[in-house]
Design a protein around this ligand. Structure first.
Ligand code: SAH
Length: 219
């Protein structure tokens, strides 16, 4: 057996993935549905070959174009926070990146709409989701600051890139009672859950985080 196939065995071994799930539990992730989806989602296919052997470590990893696939703990935490708002039908994701967070969402929510501003990343993500036979995702190549007006309103919006402050379009495209889960800030960032209520926006700060910035325009 050559090294590549040995690595392949390690990556797909239930034990390797179970270790990650146990670590997520230790870090406080409680949503069994989220843990189960992450246990079965092959994170290694969302990375370039040279990094695939590190896929089940709990760390952020580069995906090219100065972007990163978030640490599994953060993916789990953000997904858990998104689902805490109640049953979701339609979710908007800003920052498709590798497509890993998209794939996790697509197994928990009936309809996922995802926006990316770097075309080659979007194309790779599209192929990976097709390889997993996930067909409930629509992709858009655009500036996520504007949301996706033609598909609004959404039950929830998740951004995996950090705006300095939350774009107005996110609130405008959110259903009453819906929530935005996003990192906010520049050098100092925090993960926020903002709920749209009849009395205005209710902001909850969850924990300090470090994300790539939400940029303007497409490239
Ligand atoms: N969720 C991704 C994380 C990718 S990093 C994953 O699981 O891999 C954040 C992503 O947001 C990058 O791909 C970056 O290109 C994208 N991004 C940054 N600003 C954006 C914007 N204004 N509109 C759309 N995508 C944006």
């Amino acid at each position: 057996m050559n090294t590549a196939s040995l690595q392949g065995v390690g990556m797909t071994s239930p034990r390797t993935r179970e270790r990650l799930i146990q670590r997520l539990r230790q870090q406080g992730i409680r949503n069994e549905q989220v843990l189960d989806v992450m246990r079965h989602t092959p994170r290694h296919i969302f990375l370039d070959e040279a990094l695939a052997h590190r896929a089940y470590e709990d760390c952020a990893l580069p995906i090219g174009y100065e972007q990163t696939l978030s640490q599994p703990y953060i993916v789990a935490r953000m997904t858990e926070l998104l689902l805490e708002g109640g049953a979701l039908d339609k979710v908007l994701e800003i920052g498709t990146g590798s497509g890993y967070q998209t794939a996790v969402l697509a197994q928990l929510v009936p309809r996922v709409f995802t926006i990316e501003r770097i075309r080659p990343l979007q194309e790779k993500a599209r192929r990976r989701l097709a390889a997993m036979s996930l067909r409930n995702v629509q992709f858009r190549y655009a500036d996520g600051n504007l949301g996706w007006p033609g598909e609004a309103p959404f039950d929830a919006i998740i951004s995996t890139a950090a705006p300095a402050s939350i774009p107005a379009a996110f609130y405008e495209q959110l259903k009453m009672g819906g929530r935005v889960v996003t990192p906010v800030g520049e050098r100092q960032q925090e993960l926020q859950v903002v709920t749209r209520t009849e009395n205005g926006l209710q902001v909850n700060s969850v924990e300090p985080v470090r994300f790539v910035p939400l940029k303007s325009g497409v490239c």
